[in-house]
Design a protein around this ligand. Structure first.
Ligand code: 5GP
Ligand code: MN
Length: 345
């Protein structure tokens, strides 16, 4: 059986909070990814099965390759209607914060979250959980929040009640936060959970294809362009950088999420252990980092780009030009040269 890693009293408390609530609101982080939506929709569908009044709100829109998920059309997008969002926050008496550690990660939605007098539950796997919560379920050693949602339901003895839809969402989140089980995925219990999800009738091969074999032609050509025209390799530092300007993105009719996963590709190069992707956005420059083995991308992101995340996957922001961001990055890898040279693949 699965080990009970979530503190028993937290499981009990969450169950009581759910039972005693009349309007539940699930929230997740800015630019929701597969895990953010998988965990949120998984819990959302489960609570619906339990006939709870539940809503799911995200700060801004999410990529097209996640729109196949059941219920994605019911998700409220804060940015589209902040006034309506205010009303929903006013009525909620229980709020879940899934896959983020602090209010800042929900952008402009943070003030509604902070002002709300609802009971609050955090379920997350990032370091440094915030303290404004009634219950904190934070396990940075677990590779996805979706896995934590599964564990929460399982420990609450609700496995039997999980249906195929809930299972699909949870599987999607576990899959995307581990790059299709290629990183952060050595915990044997992950595969025990997958087995328990498969018993619910999910088609894992189909889910993989819906997420990863679903590129538009423009997006596929943009990937080719990025790897051939916008990549610099620093062989002695075992580092590779890819970047895209706004102009580049316009040329390929860029849509939100179109570059999701690009940062992983340079890790396919022999001896590369650190990969960075720098994308010029309207108001800032967005950075994504990935590494193999022990290189701490989150430390790097925090030190140079006000960011953070996990050891092998993190991100940050830069306020300035693309060129300045690249030069800051190069200064950064210069300072980390020793570590980069000596980290084995
Ligand atoms: P991605 O590269 O997929 O956008 O982000 C990977 C991970 O890095 C996210 O799951 C999140 O934990 C972290 N992350 C990305 N951007 C930021 C940021 O601007 N600030 C912080 N603190 N973490 C970030
Ligand atoms: Mn996550």
């Amino acid at each position: 059986p699965l080990s009970e890693i979530i503190d028993k009293s937290s499981v009990q408390q969450v169950q009581e909070l759910i039972e005693n609530s009349s309007q539940i609101l699930i929230t997740t982080h800015l630019s929701p990814d597969g895990d953010a939506l998988g965990a949120s929709l998984g819990l959302y569908h489960f609570l619906k099965l339990k006939k709870k009044d539940v809503k799911l709100m995200v700060p801004n829109s999410f990529p097209y390759f996640l729109k196949w998920m059941t219920g994605s059309g019911e998700i409220l997008v804060y940015e589209y209607n902040p006034k309506a969002a205010q009303v929903i926050f006013d009525h909620a008496d229980l709020i879940f914060s899934l896959d983020y550690n602090i209010p800042k990660r929900v952008g402009n939605m943070a003030s509604l979250l902070e002002k709300s007098s609802a009971r609050k539950v955090l379920v997350d796997h990032h370091l440094f959980p915030g303290d404004n919560y009634d219950v904190v379920i934070s396990y940075p050693g677990i590779s996805s929040t979706s896995e934590l949602i599964f564990r929460l339901l399982y420990q609450a003895d609700r496995y039997e009640e999980i249906d195929k839809t809930v299972a699909e969402c949870i599987y999607c989140g576990m899959m995307t936060d581990t790059g299709g089980f290629t990183f952060n995925s050595n915990n044997p219990e992950i595969y025990l959970i997958i087995s328990l999800l498969l018993r619910k009738g999910i088609d894992k091969d189909r889910i993989y294809s819906l997420v990863y074999n679903n590129l538009t032609e423009d997006r596929f050509r943009l990937l080719g362009f990025t790897l051939s025209q916008r990549m610099k390799v620093y062989p002695e530092l075992h580092t590779a950088l890819i970047w895209l300007s706004l102009e580049d993105q316009k040329q390929f009719s860029y849509n939100k999420g179109d570059t999701e996963g690009f940062v992983n590709y340079p890790l396919s190069i022999k001896d590369i252990i650190f990969s960075a992707f720098i994308r010029e956005d309207e108001e800032m420059v967005k950075l994504s980092f990935r590494s193999q083995s022990t290189f701490p991308t989150n430390e790097f992101a925090a030190q140079f780009f006000h960011g953070g995340g996990h050891l092998n996957a993190s991100g940050g922001e830069f306020y300035g030009t693309l060129k300045e961001a690249i030069s800051r990055f190069e200064d950064g890898i210069g300072l980390y040269a020793e570590k980069l040279r000596n980290t084995p693949k």
